[in-house]
Design a protein around this ligand. Structure first.
Ligand SMILES: N[C@@H](CCC(=O)N[C@@H](CS)C(=O)NCC(=O)O)C(=O)O
Length: 216
C-alpha cells in the first residue's frame, strides 16, 4: 500500500488506532524536504508493506493533532502502535526513519509468527525468569546511570537474574510502561510481579528487605 495522504481527522484516527503500526509523516507543502521523506516512505512501504501502514498529513491542517504531538518542525515522522506514539524522528533523517520502520516491521512479523498480542508478549517477558530486570543495556554494559546502580546492588545479592534491554525494542519500552503503570526504567519483577525501580530497590536495601523480596 502506498503512502496515504490523510485529509480528515477521523481518517487519521482510524489509521493510528488500527492493529497495524502506522508511520505518520507530518509535512507541509512549502517544506521541500518533506518530499524527500515522503519518497523514502514510499520505498519503505514497498518493503514493509504488509506489516506497516504509511500516512502523511499536512501539519498545519491539523493544528490540534500537531500540538498534541509537539510537532515543532516539518518533516516529523511519528510511529503509532494501537493509537499510542511509540517513537519519532524529527527532521530529515532517512536512515533513522528507515531503521525504526524496519525494526517495527520485524517485531510485527515476530508477533504475527507467534500469534502473540503485545500484552501476551509482555506477560511472557516479565516471566522469563523469577527475577527479571528491564533496563537500558545489559548487566555487562548498562547504558544509563540508574540501570548501572541497580545492577551493582542486585549483583551484591548473588541471586540469579535475567535482563531485557528495552533500548533494543521500542514497543516493549513503551508498552511495559502502560502495562505496569510505571513510567521509567529500570523495572524489577519477581515472579511476574513488579517490585519497582531503583529508588524502591534502594529502599528495600536500606530496610534489609532486599534479598527476601527478590527471592519472592
Ligand atoms: N527514580 C527512578 C529513576 C529511573 C529514571 O528516571 N529513568 C528514566 C531515565 S533512564 C527513564 O526510564 N525514562 C523513560 C524512558 O527512557 O523511556 C527509579 O527509581 O528507577
Amino acid at each position: 500500500m502506498p503512502v496515504v495522504n490523510v485529509s480528515a481527522a477521523e481518517e487519521y484516527q482510524k489509521y493510528i488506532n488500527a492493529d497495524k503500526t502506522t508511520v505518520a509523516l507530518f509535512a507541509a507543502d512549502w517544506a521541500e524536504q518533506c518530499g524527500q521523506v515522503n519518497d523514502a516512505l514510499e520505498e519503505l512501504a514497498k518493503i514493509t508493506g504488509e506489516k506497516l501502514q504509511f500516512i502523511s498529513l499536512n501539519a498545519e491542517q491539523f493544528p490540534e493533532i500537531s500540538m498534541k504531538h509537539q510537532i515543532e518542525a516539518v518533516p516529523t515522522v511519528i510511529f503509532f502502535a494501537k493509537g499510542s506514539a511509540v517513537d519519532r524522528v524529527d527532521g530529515v533523517d532517512i536512515a533513522a526513519i528507515s531503521a525504526k520502520s524496519k525494526k517495527l516491521a520485524e517485531s510485527a512479523s515476530s508477533a504475527a509468527a507467534t500469534g502473540q498480542t503485545l500484552e501476551e508478549r509482555l506477560k511472557a517477558l516479565i516471566n522469563t525468569a523469577p527475577l527479571m530486570i528491564f533496563m537500558k543495556g545489559d548487566r555487562n554494559g548498562p547504558r544509563c546511570g540508574f540501570s548501572k546502580q541497580l545492577i551493582g546492588i542486585v549483583n551484591e545479592t548473588n541471586l540469579p537474574y535475567e535482563t531485557f534491554d528495552i533500548l533494543g525494542d521500542e514497543e516493549v519500552r513503551q508498552g511495559l510502561k502502560t502495562y505496569s503503570d510505571w513510567p521509567t526504567y529500570p523495572q524489577v519483577y519477581v515472579k511476574g510481579e513488579l517490585i519497582g525501580g531503583l529508588d524502591i530497590i534502594k529502599e528495600l536495601l536500606a530496610n534489609n528487605e532486599l534479598e527476601s523480596t527478590l527471592k519472592g
